[in-house]
Write a protein that binds this ligand. Sequence first.
Ligand code: AMP
Length: 394
Amino acid sequence: MKILVANLGSTSLKWRLFDFSNGAETLLHKGGFERVADYPKAIEDCLAALKDAGAIANESDLAAVGFKTVIAKGVTGCVRIDDRVLAAMEAFNGLAPAHNPPYLTGIRLFVRRVPGVPLVALFETAFYQFAPEPMMRYAVPPAWHDIGVRRWGFHGASHKFIAERSAQLLGRDDVARRAQSLYLDAGKSPVSAPDLRVISCHLGGSSSITGIRNGVAIGTSMGMSPQSGLPQNNRVGDLDAEALPYAVKTLGLTVAEAQRQLTQESGLKGLSGVSNDIRDITTAAEQGNAQARRALDVFVASARHWIGSYFFGMGGADAIVFTAGIGENRAEIRAAICANLDQLGIILDAEKNAATRSQEAVISAADSRVKVMVIPTNEELVVARETKRLLEAR
Ligand code: AMP
């Protein structure tokens, strides 16, 4: 069974083709285009690249195309894409302006180009469907909640990958199986006690931290939109609701301009005044740039805040996992986040931490009660796996 996963940006198309024949999970092909101006041509070139590489003979070899869609009004989980799903995504364009419109455009082009191939959406909100209501609800009047003003959560495919993989690495195949079948049996499959509590830290251009109990998310740092939680590369992260009207009035901004500044000129970029990339910010901080140092400090403080939230929320943790660009590659950020937590049973092994980059590793000391791990994420594989399960369940 060959499943193509298409990652659609406003000017990019990236893909991975997986083959699930004979019980294996094989990555057959991956590729992508940046600075795409002509989307139909990019899709044509993608299909041509798959054929040229011998990965497919023709489009009918594709069992499905899976998409890591972000958010839709009234729809979540892993679903077959139809007009209802597309309309639900369109209804929430405003919450994910960088993601929903390109996905809508791209999916509609795939509908036309490969009409016989099932198209499947795995929403980034899916992993939070079973989170307890008190962790996901804002204290707003019911009418606000009813129009969707609540925590939805994002980076679901990444955190779900971490839920499955961390359980496997910790010798808990029962929890890994539960996480794998989450969207089909509503997360109800039993685990053989005790609880497995994992705090997953997806730290990258966009960051979020999720508490995971027995393979199921119990809460996450991102709220109603991806503009929340930790400071993002150029997006603000958490902000008091009064700040927007106050800044609009005091700085004489329009609401649109204030929103632009919060989504493009804020976060690590706004704080550091240097860059939205942690590599440049770290270099500047090492050269004595105080603003850059502060940006790193704010990022670390926010990460510790959210890790602490789920440590309390789950009554402790068995593992803290770092993933994504910063989590996988920046040992000094991991060290700062885990500093002075020995009272909570969190002790890094400085040498193992420093030596770990983009590979699976346990980086905590032998006497650390909580295991600290690095696990490279694989969001596309999660999309492909869920797409396969959906096809097989039908
Ligand atoms: P992501 O969005 O997951 O690609 O993460 C982007 C962030 O991770 C940027 O701040 C990068 O500086 C950082 N990052 C990504 N890859 C590396 C790497 N190989 N070495 C150091 N930092 C990296």
